[in-house]
Design a protein around this ligand. Sequence first.
Ligand SMILES: [Zn+2]
Length: 321
Amino acid sequence: VSGHQVVPPVVLAFDVGGTSIKAAAFDAAFDGSDLQLRGEPLAEARRPSPQGPAVLDAIVEAAEELRAALDDDQRGRVAAAGVAMLGLVDVAGGRARHSVNLDLHDLDVVTPLTERLGVPVALGHDVGAAGLAEYRVGSLRVDDPFVVVIGTGIAAVSFVDGRPITGSGGQAGEFGHVVVRPGGRECPCGGRGCLETVASAGAIARIYEERSGTPVAGALDVLARTGSDPVAAEVWDDATSALADGLLTVCALLAPGAIVLGGGLGEAGVALTGRVQAHLKERIHVGVAPPVLSATLGSRAGVIGAALIALDALDNLERSR
Ligand SMILES: [Zn+2]
């Protein structure tokens, strides 16, 4: 393929979350003139997420672990790295602008990592990366999906004509801070009644514990109790109703082809998607409720998305040559 490097690249991918860094090396291949990821990761590594700029050291250590696990041929083909990061990210500028969980404030990520890893580095937002992976690699083949990632918090990425909407300053997608219960619970963002105060995995567990006085292992544990415990059933219903309230606005504004629910809570499968679909159908009066589907890549979506970011950056480099 003229204008393209002949050797298929290996990319290093890092999904930097609030508690851990998931890292993986992926092989890529040309599909026509496009670069595509090939199958399962060649190597994987994991590190706890340190606070502050030490996050860069942890990424470099994880990269060394990945490289050590590759064979000579693969190691020689490492051509780029992608970093998907929690919080507010300046994608074009390559900086982590703000992250409460990681204690980061305007940290240059791309310049020091490019130097230390010795390959071009591209930066993206963790939820955007997960959405990209679900859209391009996952088994979902729908036009213009709205992909929601529900874990400790809630964020989303919307695709229009095949491209993610990043918004002014890359700040689109803060679906968790759409107010669905005005005057409701306090949110860490400073607002009240935000969607993630009712429907994040953390909120579901917390609210159940408050109401029942019984500790639970997490939101999926609350779900497991809904058959026999009316408090659990009520909390689950409140959460799925709140999601539908938020999605009603999304449907009115964007008319997505499908709503895709992923992240930790996405593992609830049809117990989540079915309830949200039912609540949404009840509420929608303008247009038609889109299908509500489960994400397919689970907790690996972020690291696969980081690999896609690296591949896209390589593609752009090649095209600009
Ligand atoms: Zn909020």
